[in-house]
Design a protein. Sequence first.
Lengths: 400, 462
Amino acid sequence: MKQKRHAKITWDTVFLCLVCAFFLLAALWTALRPKAFWSYFENRSLTPRPALTRETVVDGTYFQELEKHLCDNAAGRKYALGLSTWIDLELVRRPVVNEVVVEKDMLLAYNGYEKLDEQAMADCAAQEAERLGRLARLTESWGGTFLYVAVPSHYAYFAQRYPGWLNNREPYTALSKELFFSALDSQNVPWLDVGEVWSRDGAPTDYMSATDHHWTLAGCLSAYREILRALESRTGQGLEALTGENARTVTLPNSFLGSRGRKLLGLWDTGERLSYLEPLESVPFTRRDNGQEAAPSVFSFPASDSETLQYGFYMGGDIPETVISTDRPQLPSLLIYGDSFTNLLETLMYYSFDTMYSIDLRGYTEMPLLSYVEAHRPRVVVCVRDYEQLLNLSGNGNID
Amino acid sequence: MELSTFLFLFGFLPLVGAAYFLIPARFRQTRNALLAVFSVLFYAAGGLRLIPVLCAAFLINYLGGLLAGRPGRGGRWGCTAAIVANLLLLSVYKYAGVFTGAARALGVSLPVPAGLLPAGISFYTFQGISYLVDIRRGNADAQKNPVKLALYLFFFPHLVAGPIVRYREMEAEIDSRRESVALFAAGMRRFCFGLGKKVLLANTFGQIAGKAFTGPTPLSAGLAWVGALAYTLEIFFDFSGYSDMALGLGNVFGFHLPENFDRPYLSRSVKEFWRRWHMSLSRWFRDYIYIPLGGNRAGTGRYIFNILAVWLLTGLWHGAKGTFVLWGCWYGLLLLGERFLWGRWLEKLPSFCRWAVTMLAVIVGWMFFRAGTAQEAVSVIGNLFGIGCGPEDGRTTYLLLEYWPEWAAGLLACVPLKDLLSRRLKPGTRSLTASLAALAVLALCYMALMDGSFNPFLYAQF
């Protein structure tokens, strides 16, 4: 009896020592470790240490913010997040991990369940089309041409890959396309639906990334050729395109961490690699980013083969303003604007134009797009947005 | 501050623990003073603006206690005045919105007190009232030492969400408790399991309920059930987890706080449910309202009145909202129904059927409790029975498949699994197994705390 009691006390003592050590070590390590400001995998800023003021202590917000700061900077947080994601992926196999739908060979977006507001959507479509109509008419006023390019969103292209009980947003996609394209027609705005182009190609799986929400080089090339064909038919100018004969495809050996792979903390690898198209005969050019001289390249090459790549490899990611001049005045000039789908497209488009202006209105604040277009008078203006953004009036939807 | 926050776990708790055990056990009053000071600091972390409320509550009960201890009419008046002051303090912060709204409806403009509801005010107000009444009844002596009274009223483990402790349950231990390794270890194990209930289960079920009830409406019947079950489990793990943490921390410092839950979701009647759910509150209403009103010994009419009065007050105790009143009335009516209408018939049913009927009543009750308005509650309850909605939609399957580990763990945690396992283990290995399980739960909680920002605590609002 005495022995049993002794054993219990011993285990209790060991347990208490472990618990106390855990609390003290976690507390000390958290307090002493250098604080981080950015969480790469979560793609968000971490909560800074709050300022200690009379007001915040009195109203209690100081300790609320301190709690967030401590959670964001807790000892071993990175490993804990990794372990938690690994448990969800491999051990309990949740269908959705960190807002990513994990399929056998693909990572899809998790879409919340929604109820469509048809009237609100129609209002947005009409408003956006009216803005684009003004831009198209402005461009045409000096003999230029405008083209709106709608690219399938990742979830829309792979809608059939979703399990029936998850929202693939098919009703939203269908309704927004219908409303938006008919609104564009009523404003006489020319448009191209890349989804239809890809359908004609047989909707190959490799047109969209398996680990990222953007298109691949193959998907972009298909769209690029159709865009140039459409522009040629409208401008009547012979725009030379990059093809299999004047360019070669290069695939980088680096592993590719797409936006979804990043959300899964790099724990899910599809083996996908990034490719780019390299002209056999290069076109020299200068590049300016946000008014500053930049390296004359449309790719952000990694320092080594072991470095993980992201979609930002193309054009160096989302930059508010980029101007590429090839000094070929016989060719027309191009202004391309839109969300990050433009990045890969731009690595191809500059080849066919004298000057290429690239604007991302999510970051560009110097002047409204209409003023920018008026100031530079490009012969061709192309807007590229994905289906999800068609009715989004802000960011690249706000040209005024 | 709440017991499941990072700040508490890795800041406050190590600090108070180290400071407390550095003081030799023979300096009992110094240890008490330290706990009292840390309890006030614990509360102050919610904002220094709350401290005057705490001071007011303390003064009311300290002076009221001294007066209530006096013999004769003076004592009675002193006790009554202190109880009224306690209720006024509670009313100002908890029910002022209702009073000013009613006054506005009558054309009288009253100032609305600024600031939020002080956390746990209902709990320490009820403790104060029980202290005063017990003195008046001669069941306890007035505490002249302000530190000891402060420790009883504001001891941080039970300050925000109970259990509601009677003075005489703590009185002896304030002076002569015995901390020990075994009690400390048992307390920490219980604390870890309570933390697990709160952080791993309640928070997840809260998210499930949120996803079910805040999406597009109408809910399908399947989704309404998923949401209702998730909320039913959330509120249980949230509150019982907090109670486990409080009781465990009490053990760490040598106290034995009263139990608050006894597997309520295994009940086979509503009456039994309320013997097992929030036991310290039920006991408070029984001893300080129901029995003084005459209980069940003053005729049928009076009994019905007593039951309805107690349950109306129970609803109001949770908040000044119509849905809480409806929730209280729902239980009042169910208890009366069990007593006079279907109780005998229910007893003849097989055990499983009695359990199912009870759980149905409890789940429907929680829908009143959760809803923002009575209309919303009625609509969700209708959806549960397929009224005005389809049988199922994708969200139901998603919420079941996505959270299957939590559903499984949650349902298992409602049954006496721990006791079954414990019985199968050899006595020598019980402590070791429990300790290892507690450490694993603690590690999982650590991961969950920094992974998610969703960490609300339902009962702190009362």
